[in-house]
Design a protein around this ligand. Sequence first.
Ligand code: FVH
Length: 291
Amino acid sequence: TAPGAPTVPLAVLGLGMMGTALASALLQAGHQVTVWNRTAAKTGPLVAQGALPADSPAAAVSASKLIIACLLTNDHVQEVLDGVGDQLAGRTIVNLTNGTPARARELAAWAAEHGASYLDGGIMAVPQMIAGPHAYVFYSGDERAFRTHQPTLAAFGDTKFVGADPGLAALYDIALLTGMYGMTVGVMQAFALARTENIPARELSELLVPWIGAMLAGVPADAEAIDSDQHLTDVSSLAVNHAAIPNFLAAFRDQGVDPLFFGPLQEVLDRAVKEGYGGDGLSRLATLFAR
Ligand code: FVH
């Protein structure tokens, strides 16, 4: 253990791309880490870094006070934890698996029934970013457990505790990923459109990056409009966007590209204009989507 590193024994359950990065960061921070994975061969590289392999979740949990789970889904987490329920009293579970707020609350209630503390987490990083300067993780749930283990969890990146409601970390996680997926899908659709005329993706990429960056600069103004519920705009009205979207739908049709979310977008803009919001900016959509 590195000088000054906390010595609470840890287990990492799940050594996929993310679980491996998490376990590796903990080892590099000087912790004693027991690792378990359904496919045992994945423990090899971590054992080479000093991890202790466990041949079952039960063996991993019995060796540890803090249990970090990062599996494909929360159904897998529940399945694995069900097998060790009688061992969890007095331990802390930190679940960094992607899931819903409702599922996080269920898991927290289940953990409490088994005498364990529960923290849910949403990782805002890809595996290669873990332990780097831009990685951070949202946590919610048992605040005392968070305060106790925050120095350990800091091995992954910055720690952001967002509340005692265990569902909140998943909500923040899904909100940020929603923004990311919207952008990524739009970018892929742009590449698909450009490909229909043999425009190289690299050429479009050089145009997309500064364009999207310039558009992202408007997000704080949208946020202010949403928080103050003042949506009138001198930038780009819903009426203008409503008039333009049929061109997108026609261009996708003519070029043979899937319109994806532009059909539903047209429908919501139809509704917005019909309901008298044509003079508002795009920030109005946040209130319309929330219905
Ligand atoms: N990778 C990323 O960039 C994102 C970043 C943000 C957080 N996500 C979430 O992290 C969870 C794990 O993602 P991952 O990238 O590590 O995923 P995989 O590499 O596919 O590893 C999946 C692990 O889950 C194990 N597993 C699957 N099914 C079962 C099962 N029935 N019983 C027990 N374990 C299971 C799998 O085991 P194996 O296939 O190696 O035996 C891996 O350990 C995920 O929620 C992301 O959304 C990652």
